[in-house]
Write a protein that binds this ligand. Structure first.
Ligand code: ZN
Length: 129
């Protein structure tokens, strides 16, 4: 495993960015990974800028292992201020690029949980409109 990425993941696990709850979030959702016991919840505030829907602010909460927590931290940093249409196209490859390490199949579920929670939170908001 590459040291830079390993240290980066440990840093995000120990000092998660965007951890907590958003007051008056436009949408919220929580997902669970039963195989590991991870629970990741996402709160989002949206904003329309240049007639495009974007994430104005995002926070995550819950309890997860090192991989799911670090991934939620990295992901929330990445998507803040981004267009929803681009975020909805993010997939497994984008998450692996963010993490920069090889993952076993069970760890991959942990890594993908925050993205799943994020996508569902966006879908909940879009269905409300
Ligand atoms: Zn996990």
């Amino acid at each position: 495993m590459d040291n830079f990425y390993r240290d980066n993941i440990l840093d995000h696990y120990k000092n998660p960015r965007n951890f907590g709850r958003l007051e008056k979030a436009d949408a919220t959702n929580e997902e669970e990974n039963v195989t590991c016991g991870d629970k990741i919840g996402i709160d989002i505030k949206f904003e329309i800028r240049n007639s495009k829907l974007e994430i104005k602010d995002v926070k995550f909460h819950g309890e997860g292992c090192a991989v799911s927590t670090a991934c939620a931290s990295l992901l929330t940093e990445t998507v803040k201020g981004q267009e929803i249409s681009k975020i909805m196209m993010m997939n497994k490859e984008d998450i692996l690029k963010l993490l920069g390490i090889e993952l076993s199949l069970s760890r991959l579920k942990c890594a993908l949980l925050p993205l799943e929670a994020l996508h569902k939170t966006i879908a909940i908001f879009q269905n409300k409109k």
